[in-house]
Structures are given as structure tokens and as C-alpha cells.
Design a protein around this ligand. Structure first.
Ligand SMILES: [Zn+2]
Length: 413
């Protein structure tokens, strides 16, 4: 705006004059003075706070308050102030029927200030699912038990939806359903023949269920969580994984008799199917195998639960020295996922070795590592890696990378 910078007066004095102007109601002059302060001192929290107060547009107030929070993330006034501005902007968006924008603004507002009753109330109004709405309204009533609008809203949802929640996708429904109306998954083992043909359950919802339930099932193999994990695998058309979960679980004392009966019935059904040659999944293409070499059991588990729902067979190996034995036992995989930092042979050395092996020379390698940086990427490329993924990673990212590398290696052949 200003082309010729005038000699810069003392910022303290400018700020004092600016605040005085603001208090006298002269907003234009106040903003003019305080803008100079933050221009000279971009770290001046007080300056940005006053500018937020004086902002003629909510968007400008948002920018100023974000500056304060950049400087001082725990600034209480800036957090609640920003939250309040975002709620106002969210209400405007909601009233203009821009629900996506309203959700974004109100979502951030309630994150900044979890005690924002108005934020939660409006967020309930623009929620994507009834379940989200119920969650938001519950927050409102927790914050203010006298909020009649929220109480009526909750009554409405409970009357419409009932209280059955799908064990796989967690959506609410009017009554317990053998097939969830939301994710289409078969949610019980009462009718085992339901799995003879694909259930067409929502794959994303099932993958999410696996990610959520697998850790619980590992902790308590005979729990309900393990049971539903098995169901998620069945809905994904991976009976082998389901059997693994059920078998591990059935031997546990905490699995009750009903649980075991259901699983036994399923096993019997499969056996008779197999005798008749109609087992589900038989006509599917054989799954592609990914061999994961990582010394951390957690990472091996994480890679498995990420890739299995996407239809990959996963073989895990704890160190480079055991890779040949694993190949002898399970066959040459379609892809390797290698950790870089391992005791003994590291990932780079292992990758070079695989490149020299007659069976493994063409098998693509994806590096999975906690180390980031250009240098490691380069070393990976020298060793012959196709891709490089930094921990921590999202299951989806890993699945995408693995699918992409397999696709490009298939087309290269
Ligand atoms: Zn469901």
C-alpha cells in the first residue's frame, strides 16, 4: 500500500496511539497505526490481537488470530476468539446452505474450543450422518444440560434411529439388522450361507473396521472385537483371514459358548461347501503376495492389517537373514516391503542382495523407513528400490503405493 516508507517511529508509541484511537472509536486510524506496528514487528502478539478486534471482515480477523496462534499456540483469548469468529462464519455458510464449508469452519471452531456450545449445535445441523449429529448434540447437552434445542434434536434422532449401531461401520439404525442398511455388511453369523456369495459390503467401511478392530483383537483374541473382525474379513471376501481370527479366538477362555457355536457352524458350512466345490472365493484370482521385512512386530502387524483388507496376502519376516527361508516356505512374493534400519543386514544391503538373486531380481521393492531425507531416497534408488515410504504412514498410502508399484512392474514386463 505504502510505496515510500516514512522514517519508522517507535513501535511502542505507535501501538499506544493505535490502542488509544481504537478506544476513542476511531477504527480507521487505529488500524492504520497498528498495521505499521505489526509491519515493523511481525511477532507483536498484542498488535495482531488488536487488529483482529478491529477487523472489518471476519476473514481478516481470522488471519490476525491465526498469526497470534502461530506465535503462541496456547494463547487462550486467541483460541476462543478464533473459535467464535469461525462459528459466526460457519453459521453464515450453513444459512447459505454451503454445508461442506460450514462443516469445515465449525469443525475447526469446536476443535479450537471444545466448550463452544454454539459451535457443536450448528455442527450438528450440518452433519453428514445422523450419527455425527447425535455425537455433536450429545456434546451440547454435556456442556449445557438445559439446551432445549439439543435435547429435542437428540430425542428426534433416537426416535428415528433407535439405538442399534452396526458393529462394523458403527452407524445407527432403527433395529438390529442382519444386513446393515448403511454399509450393507452381513453383521451376524446366524445365516452362514449369506457369505457364499460376495456381500457387496462397503469396502472402505470394512477396511476401517479392520483397522479399528485388529488391535483390540490382538489384545483380546476371544473378545467380541475379534468376532467382528472376523465378520469384517468375511464381508471383504477373505474367508482365510476370518478363519485365522476365529481359530485363534475359539481357543480362548473368554470366548463364550454362543460365540464358539457360531464359529463351528461356519466351519462346518465351509467344509460342506468345499466338498461340493462351491466354496466362496475359489473362483477369485489368487491374491498377490507382499513380503514385509521389518524388525518391529508393530510395523509388521500394521503393514499386514493395511494390506490384507485390500486383498493382498502378506508374509512377514523379522530380519533380512530369514528372507530366503521365507521364500522357500511361501514362494517368491510379488513385492517386497523393506525396513531400512534393521539390526544385522540393513534394508539397503538386503535390497542389493535381492537384485542379484535370480528369482528376486525383478521383484519390486518398497522401502519403509523412519528415516526421511533426500540422501536415503537416493541410496534407495541406487540399491534398486521402486518406491520409498516414510513412517508413520497411512494404511491407504501404503496400499496405494503397493498397488501402483505392482501395476507399473506388471506393465513393464
Ligand atoms: Zn454398517
Amino acid at each position: 500500500m505504502v510505496t515510500e516508507a516514512p522514517p519508522r517511529p517507535n513501535s511502542q508509541l505507535l501501538l499506544r496511539d493505535g490502542i488509544a484511537a481504537a478506544q476513542a472509536g476511531n477504527k480507521v486510524r487505529a488500524r492504520f497505526l497498528i498495521r505499521q506496528v505489526v509491519g515493523a514487528e511481525p511477532h507483536n502478539e498484542v498488535g495482531w490481537l488488536w487488529l483482529a478486534n478491529l477487523a472489518p471482515e471476519p476473514s481478516e480477523a481470522v488471519d490476525c488470530l491465526r498469526k497470534v496462534l502461530d506465535l503462541n499456540p496456547d494463547h487462550k483469548h486467541a483460541r476462543s476468539g478464533l473459535s467464535a469468529v469461525l462459528v459466526r462464519a460457519g453459521v453464515v455458510a450453513a444459512q447459505a446452505n454451503d454445508h461442506a464449508e460450514a462443516r469445515r469452519l465449525l469443525g475447526e471452531a469446536t476443535k479450537l474450543d471444545p466448550a463452544s456450545e454454539q459451535g457443536w449445535l450448528w455442527l450438528a445441523g450440518v452433519s453428514e450422518s445422523a450419527q455425527d449429529a447425535v455425537r455433536c448434540l450429545t456434546r451440547v447437552v454435556e456442556l449445557n444440560p438445559k439446551n432445549e434445542r439439543a435435547k429435542h434434536g437428540l430425542e428426534h434422532y433416537h426416535a428415528v434411529l433407535g439405538r442399534w449401531s452396526c458393529p462394523l461401520c458403527q452407524s445407527l439404525s432403527s433395529a438390529a439388522a442382519e444386513r446393515c442398511p448403511t454399509c450393507k455388511a452381513v453383521t451376524t453369523l446366524e445365516n452362514v450361507a449369506a457369505f457364499d456369495t460376495p456381500t457387496n459390503a462397503d469396502e472402505t467401511a470394512m477396511a476401517r473396521a479392520v483397522t479399528r478392530l485388529a488391535p483390540q483383537a490382538v489384545k483380546a483374541p476371544g473378545s467380541e472385537a475379534a468376532f467382528f473382525l472376523g465378520l469384517a474379513y468375511l464381508n471383504l471376501g477373505q474367508p482365510a483371514e476370518a478363519i485365522k481370527v476365529f481359530n485363534a479366538a475359539s481357543q480362548r477362555p473368554e470366548a463364550d459358548a454362543q460365540w464358539k457355536t457360531r464359529v463351528r457352524r461356519l466351519a462346518e458350512h465351509w467344509r460342506s461347501n468345499e466338498e461340493r466345490g462351491t466354496s466362496s472365493g475359489k473362483d477369485l484370482a489368487p491374491p498377490r503376495t507382499v513380503m514385509v521385512v521389518d524388525d518391529s512386530p508393530t510395523v509388521r502387524k500394521l503393514v499386514s492389517v493395511s494390506l490384507q483388507p485390500a486383498g493382498f496376502r502378506v508374509v512377514t519376516v523379522s530380519c533380512g537373514e530369514k528372507v530366503q527361508a521365507a521364500i522357500d516356505e511361501h514362494g517368491v512374493p510379488d513385492l517386497f516391503v523393506l525396513d531400512i534400519n534393521m539390526p544385522g543386514m540393513d534394508g539397503f544391503q538386503l535390497c542389493k542382495l535381492l537384485r542379484k538373486g535370480s528369482e528376486t531380481a525383478e521383484v519390486p521393492v518398497v522401502f519403509l523407513t523412519g528415516k526421511d531425507g533426500f540422501f536415503n531416497k537416493l541410496r534407495g534408488q541406487w540399491a534398486g528400490a521402486a518406491e520409498y515410504l516414510t513412517k508413520p504412514f497411512q494404511p491407504k498410502t501404503l496400499t496405494d503405493v503397493v498397488a501402483k508399484v505392482l501395476e507399473s512392474s506388471a506393465s513393464a514386463r
